[in-house]
Design a protein around this ligand. Structure first.
Ligand code: MLT
Length: 387
């Protein structure tokens, strides 16, 4: 019997594979094509990367780009929500410096919730997006001993204000702003099934507020198989240590033979170079062409792909979003890679928040998605008796 509503049926072999390939819901903010990469509400990421981050946030929530007037209004709306309760910074200052910045972010999100939640998913989503830059800038400053948080100037714009509040010692604020505006748009969303988004939506489906849901999402992002990969990719570029193609090829072949990971290459869904990597290579060519680590990342783009392509079991030998992002952040003067995933998180918070609002307030005629509750096949559980 054929039922046109049946999308997939699951075989035994597909259990315990992390739900790969099985749709569990719908998503309106973005779509990932294996060959074209991500688009947001139908617009290719390459086109959106030239826009104001606020325009793209507006797109995530409204499913259309704003007019100039709407954008001005939306920016003012976001700016008006930016104030973070002072007690959040005081409590952050009590956290152990040995904690990873992502652990600080997870804590910081619940602190934002405890000091400022409204209980309305849409209001809280916009408040959170607007307040996250101050939270993350404070995490950088307090945890790395750069000094007290810098007073927010939200009228500057979301990313511009973030760079102002970071106050990177010795940093080039203009270049960093240009780079992070693009970084923010590129990292905002990636379909509905990536681990952080899925986790955040799942937690929100139990009607947890957006701050707790986002803390769960960021816990998902913090793992090395997900957002922490950008930190590991910089270490990988530093470790391979040469931009000479012949020497690099030898290093990569050695790693492949030892079955070691080639960081920054491959993706669960993509089967071509990630357009987010393509855009970042172009940013590097423009802003940091002479940077020695950028030269290595560029060489990897050719050499690693060449070596990985020889292996028929590798379905995607191409660079992903993380291949060069850490290298660019390092070139911009953000030298401690432990913080890189918080920057990924800063951007992804916007996409996840928009998806949570859709799931809670818009889908199923406004009833919202049901509480996530999947099934697991029970194993090794034949009936037994005590005694
Ligand atoms: C990404 O941005 O590439 C992701 O969040 C990872 C994924 O899509 O699974």
């Amino acid at each position: 019997m054929s039922d046109s509503n049946v999308l997939y049926s699951i075989t035994e072999a597909q259990l315990n594979t992390g739900l790969r390939g099985f749709p569990v819901g719908t998503v309106r903010t973005s779509r990932v094509s294996p060959t074209e990469g991500v688009s947001y509400v139908g617009y290719p990421i390459a086109d959106l990367s030239k826009l104001d981050p606020e325009a793209v946030i507006y797109l995530m929530f409204n499913k259309e780009l704003p007019s100039d007037e709407q954008l001005t209004e939306f920016k003012a709306n976001l700016a008006g929500r930016a104030a973070v309760d002072e007690s959040v910074f005081k409590m952050l200052a009590q956290l152990p410096k040995t904690g990873h910045p992502m652990e600080w972010l997870i804590n910081g999100l619940t602190l934002l919730g405890m000091t400022g939640k409204t209980g309305d998913y849409y209001e809280d989503a916009l408040n959170l997006i607007s307040r996250a830059p101050a939270l993350i800038a404070a995490i950088f400053r307090i945890r790395s001993g750069w000094g007290d948080p810098i007073a927010s100037k939200p009228e500057l714009g979301l990313v511009e204000n973030f760079v102002h509040m970071l106050g990177v010692p010795g940093g080039d604020a203009e270049r960093l702003t240009r780079q992070l505006r693009i970084f923010y748009v590129l990292h905002m969303d990636h379909g509905g099934g990536n681990l952080s988004t899925f986790s955040g939506k799942a937690v929100a489906s139990g009607l947890a507020d957006i701050y707790s849901s986002m803390a769960a999402a960021m816990a998902g992002l913090s793992g090395p198989r997900h957002g922490k990969a950008n930190q590991n990719c910089l270490a990988f570029v530093q470790e391979v240590g040469t931009a000479d193609h012949a020497a690099l090829e030898e290093v990569i072949r050695g790693k492949v033979a030892r079955r070691e990971l080639i960081y920054g290459f491959g993706h669960a869904v993509l089967r071509a170079e990630d357009p987010r990597a393509t855009i970042q290579y172009a940013v590097g060519q423009e802003l940091y062409p002479e940077d020695p680590l950028f030269q290595i990342a560029l060489a990897l783009r050719t050499v690693a792909v060449k070596v990985l392509k020889e292996n028929p079991r590798i379905s995607n030998p191409y660079p992903n979003v993380d291949a060069v992002s850490g290298t660019l952040l390092n070139a911009a003067g953000l030298l401690d890679s432990d913080y890189y995933t918080t920057l990924f998180g800063l951007a992804r918070i916007a996409g996840i928040a928009a998806q949570i609002v859709d799931e809670r307030l818009n889908f199923r005629g406004g009833k919202g998605v049901a509480i996530y509750r999947c099934s697991f096949k029970a194993e090794n559980q034949d009936p037994r008796r005590l005694g």
